[in-house]
Ligand binder design. Structure first.
Ligand SMILES: Nc1ncnc2c1ncn2[C@@H]1O[C@H](COP(=O)(O)OP(=O)(O)OP(=O)(O)O)[C@@H](O)[C@H]1O
Ligand SMILES: [Mg+2]
Length: 242
């Protein structure tokens, strides 16, 4: 098992943003994590990746407990993540942004040449220019998402937590983003958890899907089952009138 999450909870004051969530991710799998706005998807990622400390619960990466470790340590152990709201270093080039991830995010000490090579590969993989002159200004939502992915890939993850939420993308861009995640899994052998609040495109790519609502897991299964599950359709489409 790549990732085992057990009884994970996060309380902000009196508000339970993530409530006793448990799930597993198998090696080589793409798992979809969906749910409406505010259902706790990004918070779950923040807990796994160490950007937030869990209030309670366990997170194991290939059997080893990582819950509560700082983000850099979890990154060094092989968990890469993207952020829903990209915040690149605007004064640096694309290449430098990704090189920083390669320098500081990877497990071992690498030199400049190795960071450069790693960053170039990651940018090629996502389809962004890898020459030293390409800048972040003028990048649209889709390109910024790709840059997030390149930064995560440059840390050489075993597990990638992709907080895509492709809301700002048009349908062609969404298709491409889905295709890219699929390629990252098949060509690079990276296990992926993909967060999204729109079901459509995700459902065709993922092996299994988990649905959160108000911080709780309300469904786990294959995409075909999710589409006909009464609780899932209620959350997404509203309750059926009787
Ligand atoms: N640092 C925080 N302090 C207080 N409340 C927070 C904090 N972070 C998130 N929340 C709340 O926790 C809930 C879950 O937020 P989260 O960002 O995990 O939702 P999400 O499922 O990622 O939503 P979206 O689809 O809009 O990205 C929301 O009600 C949010 O306002
Ligand atoms: Mg979110």
């Amino acid at each position: 098992m790549m990732l085992t999450v057990e009884g994970l909870s996060k309380r902000f004051g009196g508000f339970l943003a993530v409530n006793q969530v448990s799930f597993e991710v198998r090696e080589g799998e793409i798992l979809g994590l969906i749910g409406p706005n505010g259902s706790g998807k990004s918070t779950t990622f923040n807990l796994i990746a160490g950007n937030l400390r869990p209030t309670s619960g366990s997170v194991r990466l290939q059997g080893k407990e990582i819950a509560g470790l700082p983000a850099y340590a979890i990154c060094h152990k092989g968990v890469g993540r993207t952020f829903q709201i990209p915040r690149p270093f605007r004064k640096l080039s694309l290449l430098e942004n990704v090189m920083l991830a390669a320098y500081y995010g990877g497990a071992g000490n690498i030199g400049r040449a190795e960071a450069l090579r790693s960053a170039g590969e990651a940018l090629d993989m996502v389809g962004l220019p890898s020459d030293a002159t390409a800048r972040t200004d003028g990048l649209g939502a889709a390109a910024l998402k790709k840059l997030e992915l390149a930064r995560a890939l440059a840390t050489k993850p075993r597990l990638l937590l992709a907080d895509e939420s492709l809301g700002g993308l048009d349908s062609t861009e969404m298709e491409r983003a889905a295709e890219l995640l699929n390629n990252i899994r098949t060509r690079m052998g990276i296990t992926i958890v993909w967060v999204e609040h729109i079901m459509g495109v995700l459902m065709r790519i993922v092996d299994r899907v988990i649905v959160l609502d108000h911080g709780e897991k309300i469904f786990e299964g294959v995409p075909g089952q999710a589409a006909v599950d009464p609780r899932v359709t209620e959350v997404y489409l509203g309750k059926k009138k009787t």
